[in-house]
Design a protein around this ligand. Structure first.
Ligand SMILES: [Zn+2]
Length: 366
């Protein structure tokens, strides 16, 4: 009897431990993942409603599908499609898809990484999870439904060919949601964290973008309106397919041209967005030495005048690493602030250079 009681207590304690760990993990991860979804939502809706490069979804829907209201056409929701935002217009379905690609919690988002310097079968997060390119072309996606490129094309076919209106509407909703989920994968590849294998817990770039989206909405909209900066060159779709994910859309993320030794190619040629973000930026946990580029030869230390964070009425100088304008060799994009110079490093370098080892001595002379 006592043994039985002890066994029960052990089971209860075990369940309690799991519960507590779950709560801690939720508190830890939720802020960054939840915030990120709202950004995908707004980006997708914007793209759906505006002409990007030569393409306008609104015009396509009017001219090719005969939808007079274009992206404002309402596609009703059905059981299992719980869109929160009403009325469910087409542009909203794309936004919804952008958000849903990160659900359920963590289980899809760990497949949203692609390091272009690895072979695609090892390019995912820590080489363990699927690369986002492979994930986007897997017809056995689980959990969270099936929204691979092939699945979404299949929904589009059913939307166009099914006999009754209800079935057609159901598949149109799935098509536009799925398109939003595919867009999410490309958007993530623009984020250096997602292409430099950095899991980005707590504060991260995506959290900062969300802060701008919430607190400086005009600035965020200005970024979206600068659509000339986020189109892609269609010629990349003609590059020979990589058998690991052969559908040409993969090339928008990775053209297999950048190999770590040739960062100049990321601005000289049409390139995958993951190659550009990997070669030209740092992340919190990947700086000098973690990836071939950017490296010490690509930066110079420059003092920028910024608002004093302790007193907004005065200005102070702050050293930053700036991507070189005149590099010794082609080395990718130039002319912007890459990272702040660490104050401790800067102080030690100025006054105690002999104490610094394993870093480039005398580098920061500003
Ligand atoms: Zn994601």
């Amino acid at each position: 009897m006592a043994q039985e009681k002890e066994k029960k207590m052990r089971i209860i304690k075990f369940i309690l431990k799991i519960f507590i760990v779950q709560i801690i993990l939720s508190a830890f991860f939720l802020p960054c993942y939840a915030l990120e979804k709202a950004t995908h939502f707004e980006i997708n809706e914007y793209i759906a409603k505006h002409k990007i490069g030569e393409f306008s979804l609104d015009q396509y829907l009017k001219e090719q599908l005969g939808f007079q209201e274009g992206v404002h056409k309402i596609i009703e929701q059905f059981e299992g499609q719980k869109i929160d935002d009403n009325p469910p217009k087409i542009f909203r379905w794309l936004g919804y898809g952008g958000k849903k690609e990160d659900e359920p919690f963590l289980l899809r988002s760990v497949r949203h990484f692609h390091n272009p310097l690895n072979t695609w079968d090892k390019a995912g997060l820590k080489g363990i999870w699927d690369s986002s390119i492979i994930w986007g072309q897997r017809t056995d996606q689980w959990p969270g439904g099936h929204y691979s490129w092939q699945d979404v094309r299949g929904y589009f076919l059913l939307a166009l060919t099914s006999e009754d209106q209800t079935t057609r509407d159901y598949y149109f909703a799935e098509t536009f949601r799925g398109l939003g989920q595919q867009m999410h994968l490309i958007e993530d590849a623009s984020v250096p964290l997602h292409t430099r294998d950095d899991i980005h817990i707590i504060f991260n770039y995506e959290g900062w973008v969300k802060k701008v989206q919430e607190k400086e909405s005009d600035t965020f909209r200005d970024w979206l309106a600068d659509s000339g900066r986020y189109g892609y060159d269609k010629s990349v779709l003609n590059i020979a397919p990589n058998p690991l994910a052969p559908i040409p859309i993969a090339r928008i993320i990775d053209t297999d041209k950048y190999n770590g030794d040739n960062p100049g190619i990321t601005i000289d040629e049409s390139i995958g967005i993951a190659e550009y973000s990997n070669a030209n930026f740092f992340t919190k946990d990947t700086k000098f030495g973690d990836f071939p580029s950017p490296n010490w030869d690509n930066v110079q230390c420059v003092d920028y005048e910024i608002q004093d964070p302790r007193d907004s009425s005065t200005m102070v100088f702050r050293p930053y690493y700036k991507k070189n304008i005149d590099p010794p060799a082609p080395d990718g994009d130039t002319g912007y602030r890459l990272a702040t110079v660490g104050y401790l490093y800067d102080y030690a370098n100025r006054y105690f250079p002999s104490y610094i080892s394993n870093v480039r001595l005398g580098f920061c002379m500003c």
